[in-house]
Design a protein around this ligand. Sequence first.
Ligand code: NAI
Ligand code: MG
Length: 498
Amino acid sequence: MNNTQLLPQVQAFLDKPHQLFIGGQWCAAADGGTFTVENPATTQVIAEVADAAEDDVNAAVAAARDTLDTEWKQVSPSERTRLMLRLADAIEAHAEELGQIITLENGKPYTNAQQGEVRITANIIRYFAGWPSKIEGSTIPVSPSSGEPMLNYTLREPVGVCALVVPWNFPLSMCAWKLGPALATGCASVLKPAEQTPLVAIRLVELIEACGFPAGTVNLITGFGAKAGAPLAAHPGVDKIAFTGSTQVGRLIAQAATGNMKKVSLELGGKSPNIILPDADIKRAAKGAADGIFYNQGQVCTAASRLYVHDSVLDQILDELSSHAAKHVVGPGLAADTTMGPLVSAAQHRTVSGYLERAANEGAELICGGQRPEGLETGHFLEPTVFLDASEQACIAREEIFGPVVTVMSWSDVDELVHRANNTPYGLAAGLWTNDLRQAHTIAAELKAGSVWVNCWNVVDPASPFGGYKQSGWGREMGKNVIDAYTETKSVFVSLAG
Ligand code: NAI
Ligand code: MG
């Protein structure tokens, strides 16, 4: 199977203690607790990591607050840019190492980790590195009723201490989605990676440390949601929380945040409709539909999990889609020929398998996949799976599965189609495949989703806003929109009366 050899520095990294990073110091959890990280391709334990609890969260928040008001505050915008560009370069210089760590703990194919996620992460940090010197207030022509001459201007200030709680599906780039704007705006952060994938976040924070950011600018708390994430969400010393993960936990975070009315941004689940019109380039649309659902083992918030195909091209699309599914080589992410790795954990494999069983009971037709691949008895592997003709009420047509499972449904009337596409509590992404300009723009305007992709899927750019309608989230990340989410705007009135 021509396995990629582990780099010696990756092996050395795995073997050493994995600690918390608080106020510029690596330290064990206050209660000495640890937990283990598993390789989802083998189920073997690969590392032991500090298991943070409330005391550690308190220390990390205090360290962030301390530097926010002192050292980090003294760093000029152009110096912030310089530090961030250094970080982007460091990420690229360690691309192979970071890529291997991602594959080891998340399972995704090494190429997707190293050439995909690591490169994207560097690009995100580099994009946000351009912002510090461009976060401007304005002067505003106000009209006081007193007639008093008045100067009014706005100042943009960092929102303060930010809690960054990230998931396991893109364990490195999700850190950058939040650290990028936090660093650019001069905020101090407490980063909490997912319990399944803390290792690449630890390695990232080592690189951050080496770049010379002041101690306390970025603090790292590894641990579980209830034990480490919940105290962060409730902490009165945290000014803002940025979260990516399940809608269920997003709701808990929003509730916990009300204590001190911290600012909240949430990037949550999805059940994104992908629509194929009769005039579409069938081969391109089918490839796009396959990539849209199977990429990252389907563990993507924007997974193209509902595929609406015009009934005149249904047979062709099903043929093409099944052949793309069949071409996937499912296996360990470090094997050179693998194109689909294992799911991240036994729990995720159980959840997705549960949907497969329910789909059968709810009368959907299995077109392909649905099994653990032969010869892969250990590890959380699953075949790419296509279902046809689920009712709109079926679980597989309504709920986020977060696995390589697509539900294909046909349509004939375009108005009804738009209604069906929007008939979901989610609104993260949607897509359509057509060469008809009028239809493309008309349907794009009708879809209730934060991202709409026409003849493409999963195009995300650090310069362009990303986020969800409805229960897919609050606020937008990326682009100039996210700068607002990490800054406060202060309006200053100065009387110029003599
Ligand atoms: P989750 O939402 O529980 O975990 C995401 C992050 O939140 C992790 O860092 C976790 O430790 C933390 N967390 C959990 N409970 C918390 C709490 N009470 N307070 C603060 N932080 C907390 O997601 P999980 O359980 O890993 O996956 C379950 C489902 O969530 C998946 O099947 C998928 O449907 C969805 N999901 C969506 C993601 C997205 O990109 N939108 C990413 C990961 C999961
Ligand atoms: Mg959970």
